[in-house]
Each structure stands twice: as structure tokens, then as C-alpha cells.
Design a binder for this molecule. Sequence first.
Ligand code: F6P
Length: 335
Amino acid sequence: MYEIPTLDTSYQKPAAIAVLTSGGDSPGMNPAIRGVVRAALHQGIKVFGINKGYSGLIIGDMWEMNSASVTNIVQRGGTLLKSDRCLAFKDPAVRHQAAEILREKGIEALLVIGGDGSLTGAHLLARESDIRVLGLPGTIDNDIYGTDDTIGFDTAVNTALEAIDKIRDTALSHESLFLVEVMGRNSGFIATHVGIACGAEMIVVPEYEVQVDAISFQLANNRAQGKGSSGIIVVAEGPVPGLTYNLARQLEQHEQKPKVCILGHIQRGGSPSGHDRILASCLGASAVDYLCAGYNDIMIGVRQGKITETPLQQVIEKGKQLDPALFQRALLLHK
Ligand code: F6P
């Protein structure tokens, strides 16, 4: 459970707020919305749900939510409010229009649940308008600075693990080598965590160059140690589509016969884990407290078990890096 900060929530209580989910959806967005709605209503604040992220905001597609609007969603994957990647929001004129729409409806503050692109939009809107904007880290990638965990990461890791444990059965039966691709265009958090937990023979992440010779050597070494010739290599998808198939072709030149399995979007779906439900609920409700205490232009995250705030500017500028020591530890475990 998380330590919740004590804030003076009577300082700058808004009359009405809005909430949206943006970017790639992540399991736990629903409990986060529920946390926001229930905490706001408890404070006597009106809450509007915006459909389809910033795309809905810029056309004023929103509805007033009540306690029943969020009933029975804590266990559901996806997002009740739907999501979108809205490129138009990169345009300052469009953000100006979004602020106008919120003002017209008497909405003083906006809560944005999403990943780095969505939080960048939140920061720009906060900086350029009188709307107060707070972010919540909602992405399976866990690549957000200012929080140890993002909403959805734990579920995505467990979804991938469940699939890989099954692949391991058939890999063992047929003595086959599998390259299993997990999500993570720019970061290897999912791959590293999944790789450790499934006992992968090797992990490939965007942060480090792929060493085909080293993989081949590792596989040969495993055989020499009597570990058999089956194996699982967990590969983060990386920025360029097709990376895992390329790697398979390169390994074929080293006399390996890998099969490729792309896990894809199943990692974004499914019922959120207990961990993600608790994280999302606490972050959603705390975001309302931070708003009522007068905060603006921050992201609410969790660090060392404590709910805490980080300026959105820092969140965007710093980005979270994969811990090299953890990655090295992961590789060592596979030897
Ligand atoms: O941002 C989360 C994420 O799931 C990444 O891990 C993945 O690279 C990307 O979204 C896929 O996005 P899309 O569904 O738009 O292709």
C-alpha cells in the first residue's frame, strides 16, 4: 500500500474538472478514472469525462459523470473513456481552442492519464493557458520519469509472462529456440522484467546494441552445459518494425533455427492486476487532492512507496532510463 501525502485540500478547490485517457491504453486506466471521479465527488467537485483523449477534448466531446458512471469498472481492462493518439494537439492553436472549450463549460482543471506524449500535451496546455493540468502516468512501458511504476506495467509484464510460460512448454517439447517479441519501442523495461521472470536465455532491448555473436555463443554454451537446445529470447520490439524477424534471419546464419512469436497488443489488454488497480486508484484519488491543494503542471507518481509529485517539465525532459545494473543482473542470471 502507498503512503498518501497530507495536503490542505481546501486551498483551491475547483468547481468542475475533466478527466481524459490518452495514447496507448493501459490496464488500470479504468480504476484511475474511478479514483478521480469518486474523490472529486467526495469533495463536491463536478467531473466531466472526455471521450477519446485530446481528440475528444478539441471537439468538446464530454459528459458529466456521477458515482454510478464508474461502477463495476475497477476490474476492467481498456478505458471507459476511450483513447487516441491526437497529433493535432501538437498545434498551439488547437491547444488554445481546447482551453476555450474547457473554460466555456466552467471546467477549471484537467487530469490527463497517459504516457510521455500525452504528458507533454498536458504540460503545454498548463503552460499556455489558465487551465490547471495534472498528469497521471498511464502506459505499459514504465518509461516515465518521476514514478517507480506506471499504471499498466505490472499487468503487461504478467500477461507476457503467462504467454511465455506456455511457449516454454512447446519450446522444451520440441527443443526449439523462440524469439518472443514484447512491446517497448524506445525502452526495454518490459523486456528486462519479463526476461528475468521467465528465465529467458537472453534479452534484447533498444538501449543496447544486439550482439548476435554473443547470443549464439550463449546458446552453444547452454548446450555444452547440458541445458538442452531449447530457449527463449525476449526481444523488445524497438523503434523499427521487423527487428525480431531480422534477428531471426541473422541467427539462422549462425546455424540456429529460431521461431518468432510476436505478443503484440495482448499486452495492453486484460483485467488489471491487483497491483495496478491499487496504484491507479491511489494515484487517481490523490490527483484530486493535489488539485484542491492548488498544484498545477505536475505529474502524480509513486516513489519508494510514497505518492509524490514531479513537475511535468522534468518528467518530459528527463525521461526514465533502464537501470544498467538491473539489465546486467538479468543477463547474469541466464548464464
Ligand atoms: O505506448 C505504449 C505502447 O503499447 C508501446 O509499448 C508500443 O510500442 C506502442 O504503444 C504501440 O502503439 P500503437 O498501438 O499505436 O501501434
